[in-house]
Design a protein. Structure first.
Length: 456
């Protein structure tokens, strides 16, 4: 079935469920957890638990609005309806920017993971190959995207469960020729809070990026066969599993190795998951885990391009972006909006070619600030949505508007790390300039539209 915007409702219930399970399991966990552990030490476990609670509030609020009105633009369209057209404009362009930047980071990460096996091949070659694969998957149809994400998600979830099971065996029982690791690493090497209580807060700037991806579920509602049922099931499953997977996985990472060892890795040299297996003498498992992390980067990059393209398409449908961006192909894929959103791949290739130091970390910080603005507007929209009570969704945020208000306070606390974290400070500066540019762009867009109406 095709909608007014040209998008087709072809995502099945099972596909939506698998997209939900895998959309937020990306390099933010498999790679970024090392940076968070470097800031907070073993207490990073607490940071990820707080992050899971915050993203549950954001995800359920978005899902409630999406199931009430499963339309193109999702939370961006809701922001426009409940806060004003300017908010819908800013929300969608902010998420687009965050997705494009994150896409570049995921592609660079995927290329780096391929060098694990072929270290002599230039990184830029792998980055280009990964980028082309992601673009091709998104341009075919929403069905091809759904099938790819379902396959990626199945592998990621299976591997993560296997890692957790093997990790507990190594901690409690050990392996042939190796004694059990035990729980000593949680309190040794400076204690559970080696950098003080403040480090839990400071690490949240890194931690929250790991949860970017839950937005794909409400975005995909516009292309689901049964959006009310699929979004409800997918979001509930995602919220329940994110807390379990993230907290337990990070707990095992800081238990299998001293946190100082995990934090010593710089750039994209190694994932904490790979290092954990290397340290206990299971090199074959480390290679398998590296493959899983590669798949995670492909999956998250695939989802980022999907989300970016759909939101730009919805802006064009609402006449807040050039009309040509609303074009779709015969299978309902917004081909022009997707190609424009692939700009992140060009950024990734440039970073790989020039070898910019700590490129992934810088991309993550800027993308995080942009998505924080989107989350803020989504929760503010939700509060107005609940007060109007005109339409009811099939999934509900416990506590409603009051809990959404607590979520806003949590997001502002994460943004406040800019006063202490240099990367976040730089991201806040760039993000602030981007927000100002968007407001000016909206004013100009509105002026042009008024002029056209007057002339006609």
């Amino acid at each position: 079935m095709t909608q007014p915007g040209g998008l087709a409702r072809t995502l099945s219930h099972r596909t939506m469920l698998m997209i939900g399970l895998g959309s937020a399991l990306g390099t933010g966990l498999f790679f970024g957890s090392g940076a968070a552990i470097g800031v907070a030490g073993p207490a990073a476990v607490v940071s990820y638990a707080l992050g899971a609670l915050l993203i549950a509030v954001i995800g359920l609020a978005m899902a409630e609005m999406a199931t009430a009105r499963p339309e193109p633009g999702s939370f961006g369209a809701a922001a426009g309806r409940y806060l004003g057209e300017w908010a819908g404009f800013v929300s969608r362009w902010c998420y687009w920017a965050a997705s494009v930047i994150a896409l570049g980071g995921e592609v660079v990460a995927a290329g780096a993971y391929l060098t694990y096996w072929w270290p002599d091949v230039p990184l830029v070659v792998f980055v280009a190959l990964v980028g082309l694969t992601i673009v091709a998957t998104n341009l075919l149809s929403v069905g091809s995207f759904g099938r790819a994400e379902a396959a990626f998600s199945t592998l990621k979830v299976t591997a993560l469960i296997a890692f957790i099971l093997i990790g507990f065996v190594l901690v409690l029982f050990g392996a042939p020729g190796r004694a059990a690791t035990g729980w000593g690493n949680l309190t040794e090497h400076g204690g559970f809070l080696p950098n003080g209580l403040e480090s839990i807060w400071l690490s949240m700037a890194i931690v929250m990026f790991a949860f970017v991806g839950v937005e794909v579920i409400p975005i995909a509602a516009a292309e689901a066969e049964n959006p009310r049922r699929s979004v409800r099931t997918a979001m509930r499953a995602l919220v329940a599993r994110l807390g379990l997977f993230y907290v337990v996985a990070v707990l095992l990472i800081v238990t299998l190795n001293a946190w100082t060892v995990t934090a010593s890795a710089k750039g994209l040299e190694a994932s904490p998951f790979v290092r954990a297996f290397d340290a206990v003498g299971i090199p074959a498992a480390a290679g398998v885990m590296n493959f899983v992390i590669l798949v995670a980067a492909l999956s998250t990059g695939n989802a980022q391009l999907y989300g970016a393209g759909r939101l730009v398409h919805s802006l064009a449908v609402d006449r807040l972006a050039p009309a040509f961006l609303a074009r779709t192909n015969i299978k309902g894929a917004p081909i022009v909006a997707t190609l424009v959103s692939a700009l992140g791949l060009l950024l990734a290739v440039w970073l790989a070619e020039t070898g910019v130091a700590d490129a992934f970390t810088k991309l993550v910080s800027i993308a995080t600030f942009s998505v924080l603005i989107t989350w803020l507007l989504a929760l503010a929209s939700y509060i107005v949505f609940r007060r109007t009570g005109d339409v009811h969704g099939s999934v509900h945020l416990p506590g409603g508007a009051a809990v959404a208000g607590i979520g806003i306070a949590g997001i502002l606390a994460v943004m406040a790390t800019a006063f202490k974290v240099p990367d976040m400070r730089d991201a806040a500066l760039v993000g602030g300039l981007w927000l100002l540019a968007l407001l000016v762009g909206y004013a100009l867009t509105r002026g042009v539209r008024r002029t056209k109406v007057t002339i006609s």
